[in-house]
Ligand binder design. Structure first.
Ligand code: TEU
Ligand code: CA
Length: 600
């Protein structure tokens, strides 16, 4: 294991806390989270030991895709607050020594954005080519057909929408209401940079999470995607439209602006299984992005051509190990940087997906995953609610009608259309998949106080004696059991564990944040073991994680596996555990995790 020169940077060592405005904290009792709500929780966030926040889209939007459909980059969605509230949030975040990142959504806008309204107004509009318009194709029998077979990210339909008025199709890789911008036009790019980036950089934001960062450049011949789902008309096309020919040229252009402000970036990088391609985005010398989110780990258990076409827990531990290897390996022997995360607003709760969320095991499961995530190299991200071990909403007591996200509701609709609204078996199969994987689970309002109305989502308004509205999404049926208030002073809580874990990670940054990763016993289906090694081999750690609800015996790896010469003796010293009682040396309790230092 050799580590090449790895520059230290504040953002590499940072833990970054992701906030979903609609569901974080409601200050005025209208049932919708808002900016003053976020500001009111900054002390809580800082107390976790995080260094920055990333706020999901809070821009003016019709909310077809919860703000990822932006109508105006330079204004705030009114129910969340005003520009002034944003200024306060930025100022107050900085006052607590934290940085603030915003979501940069520039592959597409809302169809309500002034640019698109102008673009669709006529074929001669000066902004016509700010979006991607194409004439129809016709079949032999004269039937109108879209330009190619690409499937949109939501539902199963085409990425092309026919515009009656101007008799052309426009491209939307996501919802119909999210038309893709045309990055080929330099004037469009300039306007995007000014409106979406510089406007906010000038107001003091410290960086961006860059949405769908590899989709801006499209192959200009718009080829059909290969047929991988023969029963459907449209085909999954991510591998065709991601990482297009001019991607790196566009990112260099963006980087010129971002670097003037010293802004940091983390790009969302779907559909990029080729590690050489990933490295090109995050190698320091390429000056593109500081880091990316790869999808290997969060996609574990997804259906092959459609994420919901699967059954709960359709994975084995070696799949998780292989996924982690993908994201950890990109820094080995390179000048690239990586990220460590297991949840975000597009993912169901990790405790439910990867451990066991029954009352007996969910606390241990949450701590186990916290330990895994915190011992991996790269910049660490924590999603709101992860720190209290939130779990998915259950099947009983949280019916499909409560799922509001466009991704899951369109899928459920599709199943109804395909199999009939009375096909109980198919609908139940779809519901099971949603209960396991829907994005909705991440978007359920945070329970601040299990004893208060609606889980205390609007606690400030309640305290002020206001009559509060029911949250925009139904509260979690387990809000009474899993909430912030009950964990704040409990030393055994998931919350208390996260605080200790993050402090431990900082203390051992050389090995845990900056070290090289090596997986051991990759075929073991029950226990996950990996070694971390600091630059030059000066420090080493062994992490041992029991991913089952049974006790597991484990055998210490050989000296060679631990990075020593054959025949050397390697001493293991236990320095951190998920469980307080030490238990037996060679036996792990259900979902127990341990960290050892390794010395000669
Ligand atoms: O996500 C893009 C993305 O590729 C996926 O994670 C997407 O959510 C998935 O294909 C749906 O199953 C980003 C945002 O994170 C997401 O919330 C937005 O919906 C999407 O872009 C469109 O802006
Ligand atoms: Ca509100």
């Amino acid at each position: 294991m050799t580590v090449i020169g790895r520059d230290k940077k504040w953002w590499k060592e940072a833990a970054i806390y992701q906030i979903y405005p609609a569901s974080f904290c409601d200050s005025n009792g209208d049932g919708i989270g808002d900016l003053p709500g976020i500001t009111s929780k900054l002390d809580y966030i800082a107390s976790l030991g995080v260094n920055a926040i990333w706020v999901c889209p809070m821009y003016d939007s019709p909310q077809i895709d919860m703000g990822y459909d932006i109508a105006n980059y330079e204004d705030v969605y009114r129910p969340y607050g005003t520009l002034e509230d944003m200024e306060t949030l930025i100022k107050e975040t900085h006052a607590r020594g934290m940085r603030i990142m915003l979501d940069l959504v520039i592959n597409h806008t809302s169809d309500q954005h002034a640019w698109f309204k102008e673009s669709r107004s006529s074929k001669d509009s000066p902004k016509r080519d700010w979006y991607i318009w194409k004439p129809a194709k016709y079949s032999e029998t004269g039937e109108r057909m879209p330009p190619n077979n690409w499937r949109s990210n939501f539902g199963g339909n085409s990425v092309w929408e026919w515009d009656e008025a101007t008799q052309e199709y426009y491209l939307h890789l996501f919802a119909v209401e999210q038309p893709d911008l045309n990055w080929e036009n330099p004037a469009t790019r300039k306007a995007i940079y000014a409106s979406a980036m510089e406007f906010w950089l000038d107001r003091g934001v410290d960086g961006f999470r860059v949405d769908t960062v590899n989709m801006y450049s499209k192959r200009q011949d718009y080829p059909d995607a290969p047929i991988t789902d023969p029963k459907a008309v449209t085909q999954p096309a991510g591998l065709v439209y991601c990482n297009g020919p001019r991607m790196h040229e566009f990112l260099s252009e963006m980087n010129e602006i971002l670097s003037r402000y010293g802004a940091i970036t983390v790009g969302e990088l779907p559909c990029t299984p080729d590690m050489a391609k990933v490295i090109k985005y995050v190698s320091a010398k390429e000056k593109q992005l500081d880091m990316v989110f790869q999808f290997d780990l969060v996609d574990v258990g997804f259906g092959k051509t459609e994420k919901f076409e699967t059954t709960p827990r359709n994975w084995t531990l070696p799949d998780i190990k292989a996924a982690v290897e993908m994201t950890q390996s990109i820094i080995r022997g390179t000048d690239a940087w990586t990220t460590s995360f297991i949840e975000n607003h597009d993912q169901a709760r990790s405790v439910s997906r990867f451990t066991d969320d029954s009352p007996e095991f969910r606390v241990a499961g949450a701590k186990l995953l916290a330990m895994m995530e915190s011992c991996l190299s790269g910049t660490q991200y924590i999603y709101q609610g992860q720190e209290i071990g939130c779990v998915n909403t259950p099947k009983v007591g949280y019916p499909p009608e409560n799922y509001l996200d466009i991704d899951s509701s369109q899928y459920y609709q599709l199943v109804k259309e395909r199999f009939g609204a009375d096909n109980k078996e198919e609908l139940d199969r779809a519901f099971s998949a949603m209960q396991h994987l829907a994005r909705d689970h991440a978007r359920v309002p945070i329970a601040w106080d299990g004893k208060a109305k609606y889980g205390g989502f609007s606690e400030a308004a309640i305290k002020a004696g206001k009559d509060v509205a029911e949250p925009w999404m139904k509260p979690h049926p387990f809000a009474g059991e899993i909430n912030v208030a009950s964990q704040l002073d409990d030393p055994n809580s998931v919350l208390a564990f996260w605080r200790k874990m993050l402090a431990f990670r900082k203390e051992h940054a050389a090995v845990l944040v900056y070290g090289d990763y090596k997986g051991l016993q990759d075929n073991n289906k029950d226990t996950y073991m990996f070694v971390k090694e600091a630059q030059g081999g000066s420090q080493r750690a062994l992490i041992v994680l029991n991913f089952t609800k049974e006790p597991q015996t484990w055998t210490a790896p050989s000296a060679a596996e631990l990075g020593f010469q054959e025949g050397d003796s390697a001493k293991l010293t236990r320095v951190f555990s998920t469980h307080d009682d030490r238990g037996e040396e060679q036996q792990l309790q259900p979902f127990e995790g341990r960290v050892f230092t390794i010395s000669s």
